[in-house]
Design a protein around this ligand. Structure first.
Ligand code: PEP
Length: 252
């Protein structure tokens, strides 16, 4: 048996009305309802969670959210808690996406609070890390990634096994520029070494590390063949059922 089952998640971002989301989820389900070789996760916007949840309920496809607040309830206007997501049968939640870090001021400390709250509510966090082009060109990729991983995933001990890390170089997100499989593999192997430092080698070997950044049918096979690339977090290509399904098939 493979040590790590691949996980392919579609991050639909702020796209799709409820009816569009229902249609996309139904098209994906037609092809992947029985998929057991890969964990397939759909992450629609909050408004479409209920509809997509109902659409995929009789399949092996799982639901994820794109964000959450770390407090269980209270006066946090506009926010959504982990238990509210569990209520909708969410299994996963994306945390610390670079768009949240860049546009909404999310820091590693905030991400760390959210990761702990998600795990406590039995949601599996997909924790995003990644360097900017400027940081890569300055030779700072490892330093930036190490800081993000250590500070976002501090104090988890054995719980680390339930976390999914997504390596998403910011310069590759939505730009059509993909990290080469070798570049991505190097960073994934580095992340696993950082995870070993946070826990132990056995735990780090079980953590799944997804690649994200312009992954599409044409480049997915090569990326997913690398030993430390355990899946993908897909943005643009996840908005089209055929390309998303094709990427999943490359992971089988
Ligand atoms: C993302 O934002 O998580 C992402 C990987 O986007 P894209 O696939 O469009 O680059």
């Amino acid at each position: 048996m493979k040590l790590r089952k691949k996980i392919i998640a579609g991050n639909w971002k702020m796209n799709k009305t409820i009816s569009d989301a229902q249609e996309l989820a139904a098209s994906i389900k037609l092809e992947l309802a029985e998929c057991r070789e890969v964990d397939v996760v759909l992450c629609p916007s909050f408004t479409a969670l209920k509809t997509v949840s109902d659409t995929i309920s009789d399949s092996s496809i799982k639901l994820g959210a794109q964000n959450m607040h770390w407090e269980p309830d209270g006066a946090y206007t506009g926010e959504i808690s982990a238990s509210m997501l569990r209520d909708l049968y969410c299994h996963y939640v994306i945390l610390g996406h670079s768009e949240r870090r860049t546009y909404f001021g999310e820091t590693d400390a905030i991400v760390s609070h959210k990761v702990k709250a998600a795990l406590a509510a039995n949601l599996l966090p997909i924790v995003c890390v990644g360097e900017s082009l400027e940081e890569r060109e300055a030779g700072r990729t490892e330093e930036v990634i190490q800081t993000q991983v250590e500070n976002s995933l501090t104090g988890l001990a054995a719980e680390l096994k339930r976390v999914i890390v997504a390596y998403e170089p910011i310069w590759a997100i939505g730009t059509g520029r993909t990290a080469t499989p070798e570049m991505a593999q190097d960073v994934h192997a580095f992340i696993r070494r950082v995870l070993t430092g946070l826990s132990d080698a056995e735990t780090a070997e079980t953590v799944r590390i997804q690649y994200g950044g312009s992954m599409k049918p044409a480049n997915a096979a090569e990326l997913l063949a690398k030993p430390d690339i355990d899946g993908g977090l897909i943005g643009g290509a996840a908005l089209d059922a055929r390309s998303f399904v094709e990427i999943v098939r490359h992971g089988m």
